[in-house]
Design a protein around this ligand. Structure first.
Ligand code: SF4
Length: 349
C-alpha cells in the first residue's frame, strides 16, 4: 500500500484521519503543528506523541520533503532564487525576497504553464502537471528551513497559473493560513492571475480576503492578444467586469500588474487608456520593468518612460508604484533557472 503524504491534509482532514486511526482528535493539532509550524521531517521528533501513534503514522504516511537543487543569491539585495526538486523529478522555482514589510516568498503552483504569455520563460518548456497543495505550501517550509528565516508574505506569482490549479491553490491557502501551522493571514497572500474570468468570479464567491493581482499588461484587446494568449478567450471588458465583481464581494482592492515593454505598451496614450480603464475601481497599478528574455525581442522600457508612465497614472488618481527590481544579477525572471537546468539535466522535468 502506498504511503499517504501527511502534509496534504488540512487540519480538519487530519482530524478525521486521526479519528479513523482510532486515536483521539486532539492529536491532529499536535501533529499539524510539528509538521507545519516546527517544520520537522522525522516523526520521532514529535516528542508529545506516543511511540505507538508515531509508529502508526510512519507505517501509513510520510512527511513531504522537497530538495533544494540550487540556490542563487543576489549579491545586490540578498534575493534568493531556489530550484526545488519534487518526488517525480519535476523542478519548480521559488523566490525569497526581503522587503521592509517582511520576507516574501514567490511560490509556483504548476510545473510549467499552459498560458503562453510571451514575456514569460515559464511557459517555454510546456506544462507538466499541477502542484498539490502540500507542494505549494512546502515551498515555504523548504525555504524557511534553508534560510532559518520566517516568511511573512506569500505571492502566488511563480511558475504556473494559480487559477488553472484552483482547488489545490485554495487548499494550500487554507493550510498556510492555519494558526496551528504557518499562520500567514490571507491579507498577506497575493494571488496573481493572467485573467481566467470564470475563476475570478468563483474566487470572489469564496471571499478569501487575499489580494488579487491581475496581469493586465495592455489596454486594448489587440495589444493584449499579442502578449497574452488568454486574451483570445476573454476580452478586457469581461476581465474588468469580473474584477468589479471581486471588489464588490470581497471589499478588497485589486492590484493590476503592467509589465512595461519598450515600444509595445509604454506610451503616454497607453498610460491614459489604462487610467481610463481603471478609474471607476479601487485599484492599484504595479508597473514592472519587464525582465529581458534572451529568446524574445522584448526590451525593458527606459527609466524616464517608466517615470512618465507612473506620473501620468498618479496624476489621474490611480495609485501606482514601480516594482522594485530584485535579483537582477541572478536568473530571477520566472522560469529562467528551471529552463536552464532542464536543458542541462535530462533527468529533470
Ligand atoms: S506569466 Fe504566469 S500565466 Fe503567463 S505564462 Fe508565465 S507563469 Fe503562466
Amino acid at each position: 500500500m502506498d504511503k499517504i503524504n501527511i502534509n496534504e491534509f488540512t487540519l480538519e482532514e487530519l482530524e478525521n484521519y486521526i479519528l479513523d486511526l482510532g486515536e483521539k482528535k486532539f492529536h491532529a493539532k499536535q501533529i499539524f503543528k510539528w509538521i507545519h509550524k516546527y517544520k520537522i521531517l522525522n516523526f520521532d521528533e514529535m516528542t508529545d506523541i506516543s511511540k505507538s501513534l508515531r509508529d502508526k503514522l510512519k507505517e501509513k504516511t510520510y512527511i513531504l520533503n522537497m530538495e533544494v537543487i540550487e540556490c542563487q543569491k543576489s549579491k545586490k539585495d540578498g534575493t534568493m532564487k531556489f530550484l526545488i526538486k519534487l518526488d517525480d523529478n519535476c523542478a519548480i522555482e521559488s523566490v525569497f525576497m526581503r522587503y521592509n514589510h517582511g520576507n516574501t516568498l514567490c511560490v509556483s503552483t504548476q510545473v510549467g504553464c499552459k498560458m503562453g504569455c510571451k514575456f514569460c520563460a515559464s511557459t517555454k518548456e510546456g506544462f507538466r502537471r499541477n502542484l498539490q497543495a502540500s507542494e505549494i505550501e512546502g515551498q515555504i517550509l523548504t525555504v524557511e528551513r534553508y534560510t532559518n528565516e520566517k516568511i511573512s508574505n506569500v505571492v502566488y506569482m511563480g511558475i504556473g497559473e494559480p487559477l488553472d490549479n484552483f482547488d489545490n491553490t485554495l487548499k494550500s491557502i487554507e493550510i498556510i493560513n492555519d494558526p496551528q501551522g504557518l499562520n500567514i493571514g490571507a491579507r498577506h497572500i497575493s494571488l496573481s492571475t493572467c485573467g481566467i474570468v470564470p475563476k475570478i468570479y468563483e474566487l470572489a464567491d469564496k471571499n478569501i480576503q487575499c489580494t488579487l493581482s491581475i496581469s493586465l499588461h495592455a489596454t486594448t484587446d489587440e495589444k493584449r492578444r499579442d502578449i497574452m494568449p488568454i486574451a483570445n478567450k476573454y476580452s478586457i471588458n469581461e476581465l474588468i467586469d469580473a474584477c468589479k465583481d471581486y471588489i464588490k464581494k470581497t471589499g478588497r482592492r485589486i492590484s493590476f500588474e503592467y509589465a512595461l515593454i519598450k515600444g509595445k505598451n509604454d506610451s503616454y496614450e497607453d498610460a491614459l487608456a489604462l487610467a481610463k480603464l481603471l478609474r471607476s475601481m479601487i485599484a492599484h497599478v504595479n508597473l514592472i520593468p519587464v525582465n529581458e528574455i534572451k529568446e524574445k525581442d522584448y526590451k525593458k522600457a527606459n527609466e524616464q518612460s517608466i517615470k512618465n508612465f507612473m506620473n501620468t497614472l498618479n496624476s489621474m488618481g490611480i495609485v501606482t508604484t514601480v516594482r522594485r527590481e530584485l535579483g537582477s544579477d541572478i536568473d530571477a525572471a520566472c522560469g529562467q533557472l528551471r529552463k536552464k537546468y532542464i536543458e542541462n539535466n535530462k533527468k529533470l522535468q
